[in-house]
Design a protein around this ligand. Structure first.
Ligand SMILES: Cc1ncc(COP(=O)(O)O)c(C=O)c1O
Length: 431
């Protein structure tokens, strides 16, 4: 029995079934490479689901964490605050879109950041409704799952959702939902389903992550900004997956040239250490009463030290530019593959910076999803030493999230493996 098989057996006996896992059991990882417990090497284009934007164990991140560990690892910010948290808040206030006074609070996970953003919006407006979008993913806590725009598996089996959470269609040109249609539904919703004066917040991912790397057109983000202004609704940008240099700018909202009132971030923020944050308009962030937000581990000193190093590395290694270059390279290669005869199963290639996905369809007329082919490609790539992830509300998109520090030769190697995996899977299907 291999080490992997032994761990799979123990995992099945000891770990909750609801925690879905792949069959890659990690032993160690370095930058864009990961080795499993049987010594097999992978190029990691999952990056811990968009977390290791600065690669696994970036030396500067590791050094910052080691230095902080020598001083203290936990005091609880509520009990004995520390400078690193304050200076990170200052940096995030400056880095997020919007030329207005901002403040920041930190927590640990993306879902917690979303929960806290909604709490702030409710406290500020005195309203309770929240509008989210179809295909959205905002986390697995109670409000987070209610905001998700996909029932199975996120809301299935978990009882009643909080009231006054509504979903509008996310614009999706590939699947025939135009910006105008989406805005018309929103308009109708505010006339027929909920009084805009009951809506505290509207939350949107500028590029949907789990939902399939669907990109919100800039004109749509501008239009919902105007709608929120008109009705006094707090606009929340969920940048948990798209933020922190991933799309070629620090935040994906930067591409649209508009600012949300609150920004949630996590994942790439601390290079593999658990940290999330909500940054936004000072008066909204400050609406939550003292003691009403925070938590024992919120803004952990080791993770805060890591985040400072991550922000330095993004700057020093020009990772926003690198994200754009990586994205262009992946996009060009996939577009080329999709144009070839026999590759009609690739219905769409899309991306913003180094957040690129392709969608698998049974035919290009109907764009009907091919989830089985998607899983076959993911499995084939894994066999050949490349970790990639499926996504999409229909389970038929493959997303690529390379570390932005991936060496050029490993990027080429990964794309060769990807191409071979796509070809082999499509050929096997046709056979
Ligand atoms: C856009 C978005 N929001 C929130 C979350 C939840 O983050 P976490 O899993 O850290 O709770 C995710 C996680 O994938 C995400 O992609």
């Amino acid at each position: 029995m291999s080490n992997t098989e032994a761990l799979m057996t123990r995992r099945a006996d000891a770990v909750a079934n609801g925690v879905a896992t792949r069959g890659i059991y990690a032993a160690r990882a370095e930058n864009a490479e990961l080795w499993d417990v049987d010594g097999k090497r992978f190029i990691d284009f999952a990056a811990g689901i968009a977390v290791n934007n600065t690669g696994h164990r970036h030396p500067k991140v590791m050094a910052a964490v080691a230095e902080q560990a020598e001083a203290f690892t936990h005091t609880c910010f509520h009990v004995a605050p520390y400078e690193g948290y304050i200076s990170l808040a200052e940096r995030l206030n400056a880095a997020t879109p919007g030329d207005f006074a901002k403040k920041t609070m930190m927590v640990t996970t993306g879902a917690e950041a979303v929960e806290n953003a909604v709490k702030m919006a409710r406290a500020y407006t005195g309203r309770s409704g929240v509008i989210a979008f179809s295909g959205a993913f905002h986390g697995r806590t109670l409000m987070g799952m209610a905001l998700c725009g996909k029932v199975n598996p996120y809301k299935k089996a978990f009882g009643a959702m909080p009231p006054e959470v509504l979903h509008a269609p996310f614009p999706n040109a590939f699947h025939g939902v135009s910006v105008e249609q989406s805005l018309a539904v929103l308009d109708n919703m505010l006339k027929s389903s909920i009084d805009p004066e009951r809506v505290a917040a509207m939350i949107i991912e500028p590029v949907q992550g789990e939902g399939g790397f669907n990109i919100a057109p800039p004109e749509f983000l501008k239009a919902i900004r105007a709608l929120c202004d008109e009705h006094g609704i707090v606009l929340i940008a969920d940048e948990v997956q798209a933020g922190i240099a991933r799309t070629g700018k620090m935040f994906a909202f930067d591409h649209a040239g508009v600012a949300a009132d609150l920004v949630t971030m996590a994942k790439g923020l601390a290079g593999g250490f658990p940290l999330s944050a909500v940054t936004g308009r000072a008066e909204i962030v400050d609406a939550a009463p003292a003691g009403g937000i925070g938590g024992t581990y919120a803004g952990n000193p080791l993770a805060v030290a890591a985040a400072h190093a991550v922000l330095d590395v993004i700057d020093e290694e020009k990772l926003c530019d690198r994200a754009t270059e990586i994205g262009e390279k992946i996009n060009a290669r996939l577009t080329d593959i999709a144009a070839r005869q026999g590759m009609e199963a690739i219905g769409d290639v899309r991306g913003l910076g180094a957040m690129v996905a392709f969608e698998l369809v049974t035919d290009r007329e109907t764009n009907a999803p091919d989830a089985a082919l998607t899983m076959a490609i993911v499995a084939e790539a894994e066999k050949r030493g490349l970790i990639i992830l499926p996504c999409g509300t229909r389970g038929n998109a493959v997303r690529l999230l390379p570390p932005l520090t991936v060496p050029a030769d490993q990027l080429d190697e990964a794309l060769d493996i990807l191409e071979a995996s796509i070809e082999a899977s499509i050929n096997a299907k046709g056979a």
